[in-house]
Design a protein around this ligand. Sequence first.
Ligand code: FE2
Length: 246
Amino acid sequence: MRLMIFSDIHGNLEALKSVLEHAQIQGYHRCICLGDLVGYGPWPEECIQLVRSLKKCRVIAGNHDVASLWETSPYGMSSLAKKVILWTMDKLSPESKEYLGSLPDRLDLADMTFVHANPYNPRGWRYVFDRKHALRCFAATRTRNLFIGHSHRPIIITRKNMFSVDIQSVTGSGQFLLSDKSRRIFNCGSVGQPRDKDARACYIIYDSRLQQITYYRVSYDIEKTTRAAQEAGLPTAIGKRLFKGI
Ligand SMILES: [Fe+2]
């Protein structure tokens, strides 16, 4: 089976459409979205509707999704994130709010676990960058492969033994063969707001038969997204971040 995994769309419809077109060409059987459909970008409602229209797609809640429903307070977020979430709240239809409210925090399928931020405290929204938090993730799960988003930075963390991990940043597109039985955490990067200084949208395809993970980077029309953000009255910092990939 080929599973497409993508995350952190953040209301960036241009990036989402480009990723979906690209993934269609690569070919996949099912897809999983790891949350944050909204926040930052100018098309939150459109992104929700497009994700909902995808066949055989499971979706998990992200911190911006639940903040847009007031399930958690946006006042705990960064000033930029908070401003856009307050704007987003007024843009969502009742159906889309109900949909976001129905999303689970975690999904377990076969030898895989899917969460937005981490599996040990899903609504604490802590990032997984280092050994301590990676080991907590492994302790909280039994599955071999864990897929996360949230940090917007593509990384692969391999558990070497009970006490140590190997942390590898992923740059550009690339294939990784899962040639051993090690447990791993894959951060699939971000579709709509990458933060690894590569402005291109990011997603992955996991081929379970070949035991292969492929990271893809996809160019999209950043200017169009930036223009739409400006026309919507959103802060100019949003466009600047998109161009820099930060
Ligand atoms: Fe995010």
